[in-house]
Design a binder for this molecule. Structure first.
Ligand SMILES: [Zn+2]
Length: 380
């Protein structure tokens, strides 16, 4: 049974609110066509302005930072932010308050929260060999945000439909529900395949446009694939999952078809700025799955499990980065866990133990600094 958190309201109230929602949509100039109610007369799909999207993203980011902790190193944040800002400036939403956060965990992952919040783990940085690989991953995450993949996913989530009189900025209760749903969507479930493919394609094009060799994402994904293949622990269907090869092939074909030919790889600049060492999958300290939700005040584990079972097997499991690599394997794993009765469905990349300090490390990147950084690297 679906959790229903809807506020039932009369038709008359709805009609009045509908008009004002449409006006808000016009003023905000976003979510064209998405703010229109399609369901019953007493509820409507979640709509949000740019400001609400950013407030939502800030809240979700806080939850992610609380779960994994933040690397308290300004120079690492500055470097990742420079690469991220160089990419974001060429994206379709350059004006968002782009924020790049390095999470303090050995698990390999990256998470994009709405409104411009890109998170990447210390473990992911440790696996990368060049700035072009970092640009490939950041480009992918940036596209999840510019294409509003999360916003659209939760708009389809019946648990977070809004009552006719509610707005995200006007209802703390609604904001709480949406933050919990978005966190769950980003960290625990991940996006569908279509969104992942779109992020791969646009992200690779964005990296190339910025001057980075376009095969950076493939380089990183190949390392990640081998890391899992070599792991002694047999992790479901992961090791040789065809979806990963399909993904790599798609990107390779795209690079050829679009004749993407930028050349900057910048290994030396990368290793000068990033010196983390990767931790083997079997050596990563983990926490109980669902602990994240508890810490961050999200859905209770029982609820999460019940909801996860309802997901269509092929639609999910393409998740953040680690999740995404599993292809459809995420569901298979879930099923296996349920079937074996009590076995812990731990995914070291996602369930990795986080650091103690959630405090953001703010970085101010001046236009002149960004220009100098691009020039030094031979970027466009
Ligand atoms: Zn993704």
């Amino acid at each position: 049974m679906k959790r229903t958190l809807l506020v039932a309201l009369g038709i008359g109230v709805f009609a009045g609110t509908h008009a004002s929602v449409t006006a808000v949509g016009q003023i905000g100039g976003i979510n064209k066509g998405l703010s229109i109610a399609k369901k019953a007369n007493d509820v409507r799909e979640l709509s949000m302005t740019d400001a609400e999207e950013q407030a939502l993203g800030a809240n979700v980011s806080e939850k992610i930072r609380t779960r994994y902790g933040v690397v308290q190193d300004a120079s690492v944040h500055r470097y990742v932010s420079l690469v991220g800002m160089a990419l974001a400036a060429g994206s379709t939403r350059p004006g968002l308050p782009w924020t790049f956060i390095v999470l303090d965990t050995d698990g390999v992952n990256a998470f994009a929260a709405p409104g411009g919040y890109v998170h990447i783990t210390r473990g992911a940085l440790a696996l990368m060999k060049s700035e072009a690989e970092l640009a490939g991953v950041l480009g992918h995450e940036i596209v999840h945000i510019t294409e509003k993949h999360t916003v659209r996913a939760i708009q389809k989530n019946q648990a977070v439909q809004m009552g006719a009189a509610e707005t995200l900025s006007g209802s703390a209760a609604l904001m709480d529900r949406v933050v919990a749903a978005v966190y769950d969507n980003i960290v625990e479930r991940g996006f569908g395949r279509a969104e992942e493919n779109e992020s791969d394609e646009h992200g690779v094009i964005l990296a190339n446009k910025t001057g980075y060799a376009p095969n950076g994402l493939n380089g990183f994904l190949t390392t990640l694939k081998n890391r899992n293949k070599e792991s002694k622990e047999k992790r479901g269907l992961f090791a040789s999952h065809p979806e990963m090869d399909d993904r790599l092939n798609r990107i390779t074909k795209l690079i050829a078809a679009k004749k993407l030919a930028a050349t900057a790889t910048l290994e030396a600049r990368y290793t000068k700025n990033i010196s983390y060492k990767p931790v083997d999958l079997t050596a990563i300290a983990v926490v109980e799955p669902g602990a994240a939700g508890l810490t961050g005040g999200g859905a209770k584990p029982e609820e999460k499990k019940a909801e996860a079972k309802k997901e269509e097997p092929k639609k999910r499991g393409f998740g953040g980065l680690g999740n995404m690599l599993k292809g459809g394997g995420g569901e298979t794993k879930q099923a296996q866990v349920s079937a074996s009765g009590g076995a812990r469905g731990v995914d070291p990349e996602k369930d990795s133990k986080g650091g103690p300090n959630p405090k953001p490390v703010p970085v101010k990147v001046l236009a002149t600094e960004l220009a100098a950084f691009k020039k030094e690297g031979g970027l466009s």
